[in-house]
Design a protein around this ligand. Sequence first.
Ligand SMILES: [Zn+2]
Length: 187
Amino acid sequence: MKKHDPIHANHRVQRDYPAKAKFCPLCGAAMESRLLMPENAARKVCTRCGFVLFPGPKLVAGCFVIDTERVLLIRRGIEPAVGKWTFPGGYVDFGENAADTALRETHEEVGMRVALGPLLGVFNDAAITVVVYLATPGKEPPSLTVEATEVRYFGPSDIPWHDLAFPTTTDAVTAWVALVRGSNTSS
Ligand SMILES: [Zn+2]
């Protein structure tokens, strides 16, 4: 591997953050655990410049693209959870708006320029918070990419529950199925 070759993220080492973060990202000095006021919580603080590490969950945004009461799912082509089903989405970049992320990731992963609808919900696990929008397809059909090796619309009764990628995927699909079934009973 040459110094300037592009790389992929090593997800095993990413999971060591923030527990194993030892040095200040600003000045490189050691961090130590200090009681931070007024929140009265232990935080890692730089011993030289005073930078405080506030490790929040990673923010993810994505789309439930809906066509005639079916949701577009993609089979993941990359780790983590390669081969499992999820919806188009990805990390919100620093300074980026979550709605813009959902649109950008959907275009990058399945080649679709969708229109965002209302929020489906916000779903959490220990390390990530996922913002999921309902969306309607534009004129492009979904296409395959390295990130999406298969794309399919699923109705509420044919969801591949045992092959969903992440707990937050299951939570979001569960919320969508409840929404569809609820709106069908009331209509
Ligand atoms: Zn520092």
